[in-house]
Design a protein around this ligand. Structure first.
Ligand code: HEC
Ligand code: HEC
Ligand code: HEC
Length: 113
């Protein structure tokens, strides 16, 4: 391969890697919150998927850690009533910074078991 050939090859690799890794980037860092599984089952809602990546690219870490959420999976005792009262997710999902916590399925959408 000549110089141009190598350049084209490298460009192709780059495009391929961007195109084929982009979808999994969006998934990267999703956190399933299911410590309240009994209560969620009786309310007929699925476990919660928190799209960490989606939030991380919009807010600095310190917006949430450690003031709102301890930085450890499962370490936060999150009640739905508290969210409705503007705590935890409800600090932003209050109809001002982000949509209100009325659309249950937007958060309670974990499809696995
Ligand atoms: C919008 C709020 C928010 C922002 C911004 C945020 N996080 Fe988090 N983070 C969370 C939540 C919610 C959890 C899950 C806590 C739980 O499971 O109780 C979490 C969990 C974590 C965990 C534990 C993951 C695990 O598997 O144990 C780490 C580490 C972490 N965050 C690091 C970061 C870093 C680093 C940043 C900035 C680049 C950041 N977070 C930004 C909300 C946020
Ligand atoms: C620091 C503010 C903040 C906190 C705290 C926060 N969110 Fe968000 N969240 C946002 C913003 C802003 C959006 C984008 C809203 C929009 O697009 O209108 C968003 C969007 C989302 C989305 C939609 C993502 C998408 O792909 O469109 C989900 C799901 C979500 N948040 C769940 C949660 C859950 C669950 C928690 C608590 C564990 C939480 N959020 C805490 C600010 C926050
Ligand atoms: C902004 C995201 C978000 C929305 C919207 C949301 N929830 Fe939740 N919900 C959570 C999180 C996070 C937890 C904690 C899950 C855990 O830790 O197991 C939770 C926990 C719960 C629980 C178990 C804890 C408790 O307090 O009993 C129930 C039941 C529940 N939600 C019902 C609902 C219903 C019904 C709706 C719609 C009216 C709703 N949720 C909307 C994020 C949300």
């Amino acid at each position: 391969m000549g110089k141009i050939g190598i350049t084209i090859f490298l460009l192709a690799c780059f495009v391929w890697s961007v195109v084929f890794t982009a979808p999994s980037m969006a998934e990267y860092g999703d956190i399933v919150l299911n410590s309240k599984s009994k209560s969620m089952q009786s309310a007929d809602v699925k476990p919660v998927v928190f799209p960490h990546w989606f939030h991380r690219i919009r807010f600095k870490c310190k917006v949430c850690h450690e003031g709102i959420f301890a930085m450890k999976k499962g370490a936060n005792d999150i009640q739905m009533g508290a969210i409705m009262d503007g705590e935890f997710c409800g600090k932003c999902h209050n109809g001002l910074i982000a949509w209100e916590p009325l659309y249950c399925d937007k958060c309670h959408n974990y499809e696995g078991q």
